[in-house]
Design a binder for this molecule. Sequence first.
Ligand SMILES: Cc1cc2nc3c(=O)[nH]c(=O)nc-3n(C[C@H](O)[C@H](O)[C@H](O)COP(=O)(O)OP(=O)(O)OC[C@H]3O[C@@H](n4cnc5c(N)ncnc54)[C@H](O)[C@@H]3O)c2cc1C
Length: 471
Amino acid sequence: MSGPQDRLIEEVTARFGAKAALTDVAAVEPWLSDWRGKYHGASAAVLSPSSTEEVAEMVRLAGALGVALVPQGGNTGMVGGATPPDDGSALILSLRRMNRIRSLDADAGIAVAEAGVILANLHAAAEEQGRRFPLTLGSRGSCTIGGLVATNAGGTQVLRFGTMRALVLGVEAVLPDGGIHDGLSGLKKDNRGYNFDQLLAGSEGTLGIVTAAALRLVPAVKSRAVAWLGLASPADALSVLRELERGTTHVEGFEIVPADSLRLVLRHIPGTRPPLRGDHDWHVLVELTDDGSLKDGPEALLGQLLAPLLQRQLVADAAIAASEAQAEAMWRIRDSISEAERSEGPTLAHDISVAVDAMPDFMVAAAKAVERAFPGTAASGFGHLGDGNVHFHVRPAAANVEQAFDDRSPAITRLVHDLVTAAGGSISAEHGIGQMKREELARLAPGRVAHLRAIKQALDPKSIMNPGKLV
Ligand SMILES: Cc1cc2nc3c(=O)[nH]c(=O)nc-3n(C[C@H](O)[C@H](O)[C@H](O)COP(=O)(O)OP(=O)(O)OC[C@H]3O[C@@H](n4cnc5c(N)ncnc54)[C@H](O)[C@@H]3O)c2cc1C
């Protein structure tokens, strides 16, 4: 007699055709590991619905048969959230065939996109209509709208436009009982109790399958100004941000880069060059964008805003990109830090946040604490200073301590998380919890986990939605 998974696969194939359930081992294989190659699972099939009704039917069948489902979009997540368990106890449910942009209303500034729409495709469609979907990240060529909603993704434009949550106007989703939640009506005001759409944002596939989202669009960018600054400390960097924000609402990117990260990029990434002549302990990449509303354009404004900061020596040196190619070269340095670190050797990455004003002191104090507790390590933070979110990375200070570093890495991560928690911060600023940080979340925030579990239990009592993740 066949088991529940086989019966589900047979039913799905019979009702929706062979395309709706991939069982060929070679076809399933690429979706069993995460992007970083850190987690490897097993699954007898990838279910691939082509419509919301098909998702609902598959979820109803899975519920009746007690088969767990792991929703998957572009599989670019950083915390193993879309990787099935390694005991083969769940089937993957891929939303990739649901890749239609159902509507794009440039006047209303709203796009309704299905879960499997790739972010870069939404960018292109919005641009064609003179609009922009502002959230962007390095994985934009692969990550999907469903995954972005489910992880409440961030990226480099959060400073001005917020995380995915701030851009989600409504969500359509299939809940664990197979019912469809339709939040796509675009209501500006709706006070019928709990905000279900926002509950699904950041739920990491544990409360339901996102099938579509109504998303906010903003005016397209006409031009941008990008500058590279050299300064003395993260505290100075934050003061610069505050000064810029006093002068304009057009600051869209503000990324901090320590000297150490710049050095690694210049060493490992071909074609990169130092943006400034002298040495500086800290650097900032700043971007101003203009939708046509700035009289003299963003470059003139950035120059005006930076001049007094250079005079006061809050900024030690600055270079404003003279061309798009130079602007791209500056962003390439920022975007290549992780790759350069990988070329250098092992790195322990921590995606953390504390209150924005507390971040400069935290970065300096936490690096000292880690290096003191674990001699032979080098710690530093880079990234979204203006969001109070840095990628706090710890590496061996020299190649000859790599082995000892690997042995100590769980203890190093625990210390970083303890320091973040003591500072009132979060051990996951933008990547989520998935399977990677589940135990650490339970250790450090048992009260929060109890509340998450209560919601999970109420909506998914049979635990068929992405079990083993988040809670
Ligand atoms: C190069 C690179 C750069 C990145 N930069 C950033 C960054 O700057 N900021 C940032 O926040 N993240 C970043 N990420 C992480 C990643 O791209 C995001 O987490 C993204 O939102 C994942 O989307 P996805 O479609 O690939 O989802 P997946 O990886 O497939 O899934 C992620 C989670 O969402 C769930 N899920 C997926 N689709 C659905 C659905 N339709 N319904 C319910 N649950 C679903 C999965 O079960 C899983 O738990 C980066 C990743 C890479 C590879």
